[in-house]
Every structure is written in C-alpha cells, then in structure tokens.
Design a protein around this ligand. Structure first.
Ligand SMILES: O=C(O)CCC(=O)C(=O)O
Ligand SMILES: [Fe+2]
Length: 225
C-alpha cells in the first residue's frame, strides 16, 4: 500500500501571496534587526525573538506589542483568523541558508490557528503524520515515511494553518540550501513557481502571529488592582 494513501489532504490552509508590500517587508526587517541584541535567543539551528509575553501552561504574562507588530496582528485578525479575537503574540524566527526547525507541534497554549508572514526569502514547510500508538508496535516509522506534503511560502506571503494542519500534523523546515519543487508541494499553483524549479534559500525571517487565550496582567500577579 502506498504509505500516504489513507491520509487526507489538509483541510484548512490559506496561502495569500503578497500579503504585504515590498516597502512593508523592508520596514519589518529593519525593525527586527533594530531590536537590542538581548532580544534574540540563539538556538542551534536558528535564532528567535519573542514578543507579547512568554506563553506558559497557566497563562501568559502579557506584554504590550510594539506598534510595528500590532499593525500586522490587527490586519491578520481582521481576516477572521482568530475567531474574532486579536492576535497578541508574535514569534520572530531567523533562518540562515542551511538552517531549519525540527518537526514539531506547536502545543495547546495557543488558539489553534497559526499565521506566518515570511520576509527576505522563501522556505519549504514540511508536514508529517504523527506516530500513532498502534504503529509503535510495528515497523518503526521514519521521518520519511511520515512525510505528507510541503507548502512553499514566498517572501511577503501570509500562511494561515488551522484545524488538523495545526492540531494533528507536525511541521518542520529542513536545513538545506536549495529546494526542489516537486508535486509534493501542495500549494505550488498559488505561488506562481513552476513545478520542477529549484529555489536557492536566502536568509528568511518569519513572523509567527498567534492568539494566546489566557493572559494574566502584571498588576494582578503583584496583588494590586
Ligand atoms: O518559520 C516558520 O515558518 C515556522 C516557525 C515555527 O514552526 C514555530 O516557531 O513554531
Ligand atoms: Fe511551529
């Protein structure tokens, strides 16, 4: 049996090319790189900035978003991406060519919609089936056999993932320098890139814009009104 035969196509993916203009893209990049060095967290294969507070199981100690991010939180929320709520959290990730992120789930702390603006370069976001309990007894599932499809995100685009794409599947980015665009890229038609093309990665900065439902106010934590 073909290993992917019983998997459904993703139910809720919206890909919006040119969601922001080239001017807005360079302004956003300027703001990201203007942030103090201490705002960056260096990980082994990327670095990141966290804005809006640190999401924790008991809630997020909310911090005011700067205007340059609030603008996009509001623009994305106005599309109805967060069921009437306004996004209050932004993760900025920077990937140099060859960098990526291991397949993972984003977890339960967020409203189950993730929206991503890409800046500076494209990337290929790969999606994987989770390992099911019954399969654990059988043949070990390799990353390759669990791979389902990829989405190409080009600079200035907005990607919105909801439902199973967010809650059931894992997503990751391979640490490569070149991406070959095969039939496994599910949104190729929407990107204007021809099948068979190879794209070379530059430095990509992504803004992952989300809504964290449980927010604590600092003054409540300090016991003041
Ligand atoms: O850079 C991206 O588009 C994905 C980032 C991501 O998956 C995350 O930060 O959880
Ligand atoms: Fe993620």
């Amino acid at each position: 049996m073909h290993p992917h035969q019983d998997d459904q196509a993703p139910p809720t993916v919206y890909y919006i090319p040119d969601f922001i203009t080239e001017d807005e893209e360079s302004q956003l990049l300027q703001q990201v790189y203007k942030a103090p060095k201490t705002k960056w967290t260096q990980l082994s294969n990327r670095r990141l900035q966290n804005w809006g507070g640190l999401p924790r199981p008991k809630g997020m100690l909310g911090e005011k978003l700067p205007d340059w991010l609030l603008k996009y939180c509001e623009r994305i929320s106005a599309l109805g991406a967060f069921a009437g709520k306004t996004a209050n959290h932004v993760l900025v990730n920077e990937y140099k060519p060859g960098e990526g992120i291991m397949p993972h789930e984003d977890g339960p702390l967020y409203h189950p919609t993730v929206t991503t603006i890409s800046l500076g370069s494209h990337t290929l976001l790969d999606f994987y089936r989770p390992i099911s309990a019954q399969e654990l007894d059988e043949v070990p599932q390799t990353e390759e056999s669990r791979y389902l499809l990829s989405l190409l995100v080009r600079p200035r685009s907005l990607l919105i993932l909801q439902d199973d794409m967010y809650q059931r599947l894992l997503h990751g980015i391979q640490g490569t320098h070149h991406d070959s665009l095969t039939e496994r890229v599910a949104n190729l038609l929407a990107t204007g890139v021809l099948p068979g093309a190879t794209l070379t990665r530059g430095t990509r900065v992504s803004l992952t814009v989300r809504h964290v439902p449980i927010v604590m106010r600092a003054n409540l934590l300090l016991g003041r009104k």
